[in-house]
Design a protein around this ligand. Structure first.
Ligand code: NAD
Length: 472
C-alpha cells in the first residue's frame, strides 16, 4: 500500500513537526502495510490555521460552485472505486465484495447527495418580516472511527463543504490510508487549499488537540460513547457546537405475525456484515416465546454459512475484526456471556479453525439471553448475535428500549401498519420496517446515549449551518 509520509495541510502534503509514526496493520495477516505520521498538537494547530484562513473565501463561494467541487470529488472517488475497496480491505479486513458494494459505493452515493443539496438547498428563507440566512458554522474539527472509514469521513466532509465550512479531519489510527486516499481525491477535485485538511494521529494527542482547539467552531465526532462523553464535556465548557455519533445496541423485534425465516436470516446477516463492527447493527434479536426455539435454530443455521476467511477472496463473507485489541474484547464478551448463563448455539471464544493468524473471531449466536446480561446491554462490536425471549408486545417494547442506547433497530410483522405502530414506540433514531432498504438521505443518529445530532441528507447539512435573522 502506498502511504504518504506527510499530512495534507493547506493543499499540500507536509511532514509532521514531530517524529512519531503510526504503523498500519493488515488484520488478515498481521503484516505492516504502511506507516503514517502521528500529528503533534502543533501540527493540528497548523491545520486549524489553514482551515481558518480558507474560511472567508470558501464560505463566500456561491453554492453552485461548491456543488461543482463536490461533484468533482464524487467523480474522483468513483474513479478510484477499486482502489478504495482494496485499501479498506487491507486496513480494516472487510471482505472485498462488501468493501466495493458498501465501503466504496455508499460514500460515493453520499457525496453525490451533497453535490445536489449544495446546489438546491435554500440558504435563505422568509419568516414574517425576517429574512433568515443559513450561514456556515465555521471551522469544523472532524474525528472519525475505523469501522466505515470512508463513509464516516464523507458523511462529515461532504455536508461541511456544501454548507461552506472548512475542515480539519483526524481519522482513526487503524485506517489512515483510506483517509489519505480521500485527501488525494479532494486535491484532484480542485477544492481550494486549506478548505480540507488531514491530520493523521493518535486520539488522545491529535484528536484531543483538535477537540480542544479554541479556533474550531464545531466538533463532529463519531466513535465510542466513552470518548464522545469526554468530547461533549470539552465542547460544552467552551460553548462550542458538537455533534456526536456514538455506540448502539439495537433491537431486531420480530413480532408474532412476522415471516420468521426472513426476519432471522436478515437479522443475522445484518450483524455479521463488516464482522459485526457496525454501530447500528441489530445485535439483540427479540422473539416471542412460542417461536423462540425455532428462531434459535434458524439463527444457528444461518451463522454456519459465515465461515471466517481471507477478505481478499471474493467468496469470503466474514473477514477478521480490525485489530488484536478488538478481537480480545469480542472474545472476552463471548466468555462473559457464557459465564452469565447464556447458551452458545454457534461459534464461541476460540480462534476459528485454521485462522490462528489474523484477528479472527468465530461468528457467534447466543440463546437464553436475558435483558440484564452484559452481552444484552453493552456494545460488543463483533460478530455476536444475542437472542432474547419476550412474553407479549409490552414486554418486547420494555426489552427493546431497555438499554442506554437508541441508534437503530428493526421491526418485523405480517402487516406493515402493525410494525410501524410498534416502531413509533421505540426510543431510537432509525427503524427498518420489514427489511426496508437503507436510505442515504434519511437522518442518521441516536436517541439517548447513542448521540447528539444527525448525519446524512438535509438534516446532516443543517448540522453545519447556523441562522442569522434580518428583520426588515
Ligand atoms: P474511539 O472512540 O476509540 O475512536 C474514534 C475516534 O476518536 C478515533 O479517530 C480516535 O483516534 C479518536 N479519539 C480517541 N480518543 C480520543 C480523545 N481522547 N480525544 C479525541 N479523539 C479521540 O472509537 P473506535 O473504537 O475507533 O470506534 C468504535 C466505536 O464507534 C463504537 O462504539 C461504535 O459504535 C462507534 N461508532 C458510531 C457510529 C455512529 O454513527 N453512531 C458509527 C461508527 C462507529
Amino acid at each position: 500500500m502506498k502511504a504518504h509520509e506527510g499530512m495534507y495541510i493547506d493543499g499540500d502534503w507536509r511532514p509532521s513537526v514531530g517524529t512519531e509514526t503510526i504503523e498500519v496493520v493488515n488484520p488478515a495477516d498481521e503484516q505492516v502495510i504502511g506507516v503514517v505520521p502521528a500529528a503533534t498538537a502543533e501540527d493540528v494547530d497548523t491545520a486549524v490555521r489553514a482551515a481558518r484562513a480558507a474560511f472567508p473565501g470558501w464560505s463566500a463561494t456561491p453554492p453552485a460552485e461548491r456543488a461543482a467541487r463536490i461533484t468533482a470529488l464524487r467523480d474522483a472517488l468513483a474513479a478510484r472505486r477499486e482502489e478504495i475497496a482494496e485499501t479498506v480491505t487491507a486496513e480494516l479486513g472487510a471482505p472485498l465484495g462488501f468493501a466495493r458494494a458498501v465501503h466504496a459505493d455508499l460514500p460515493i452515493a453520499v457525496a453525490g447527495t451533497y453535490a445536489e443539496l449544495a446546489a438546491t438547498h435554500a440558504f435563505e428563507e422568509k419568516i414574517g418580516n425576517s429574512t433568515v440566512l443559513h450561514e456556515p458554522v465555521g471551522v469544523v474539527g472532524a474525528i472519525t472511527p475505523w469501522n466505515y472509514p470512508l463513509h464516516q469521513i464523507v458523511a462529515k466532509v461532504a455536508p461541511a463543504l456544501a454548507a461552506g465550512c472548512t475542515i480539519v479531519l483526524k481519522p482513526a489510527e487503524d485506517t489512515p490510508l483510506t483517509a489519505q486516499l480521500f485527501a488525494e481525491a479532494v486535491h484532484e477535485a480542485a477544492v481550494p487549499a486549506g478548505v480540507f485538511n488531514l491530520v493523521t494521529g493518535l486520539g488522545p494527542v491529535a484528536g484531543q488537540a483538535l477537540a480542544e482547539h479554541e479556533d474550531v467552531d464545531l466538533v463532529s465526532f463519531t466513535g465510542s460513547t466513552a470518548v464522545g462523553k469526554q468530547i461533549g464535556a470539552t465542547a460544552g465548557a467552551a460553548v462550542k457546537r458538537v455533534a456526536l455519533e456514538l455506540g448502539g445496541k439495537s433491537a431486531n423485534v420480530i413480532l408474532p405475525s412476522a415471516d420468521l425465516t426472513r426476519a432471522v436470516k436478515t437479522g443475522v446477516a445484518n450483524v455479521f456484515a463488516n464482522s459485526g463492527q457496525t454501530c447500528s447493527a441489530w445485535t439483540r434479536m427479540l422473539v416471542d416465546a412460542a417461536r423462540y426455539d425455532e428462531a434459535v435454530e434458524l439463527a444457528a443455521a444461518a451463522a454456519a454459512k459465515y465461515v471466517p476467511g481471507d477478505p481478499q477472496d471474493d467468496t469470503t463473507r466474514l473477514g477478521p475484526v480490525v485489530n488484536a485489541k478488538q478481537r480480545d474484547r469480542v472474545r472476552g464478551y463471548i466468555e462473559r456471556g457464557t459465564a452469565e448463563g447464556a447458551r452458545v448455539v454457534a461459534g464461541g471464544p476460540e480462534a476459528p479453525e485454521g485462522r490462528e493468524t489474523g484477528y479472527y473471531v468465530r461468528p457467534t449466536v447466543f440463546a437464553d439471553v436475558t435483558p440484564g446480561m452484559t452481552i444484552a446491554q453493552e456494545e460488543i462490536f463483533g460478530p455476536v448475535v444475542t437472542i432474547l425471549k419476550y412474553e407479549d408486545e409490552d414486554d418486547a417494547l420494555r426489552i427493546a428500549n431497555g438499554t442506554v442506547y437508541g441508534l437503530a433497530g428493526a421491526v418485523w410483522a405480517g402487516d406493515q401498519d402493525e410494525a410501524v405502530a410498534f416502531a413509533r414506540r421505540l426510543d431510537t433514531g432509525q427503524v427498518d420496517i420489514n427489511g426496508g432498504a437503507f436510505n442515504p438521505l434519511a437522518p442518521f443518529g441516536g436517541y439517548k446515549q447513542s448521540g447528539v445530532g444527525r448525519e446524512l441528507g438535509p438534516h446532516g447539512l443543517a448540522e453545519y449551518l447556523q441562522t442569522k435573522s434580518l428583520q426588515l
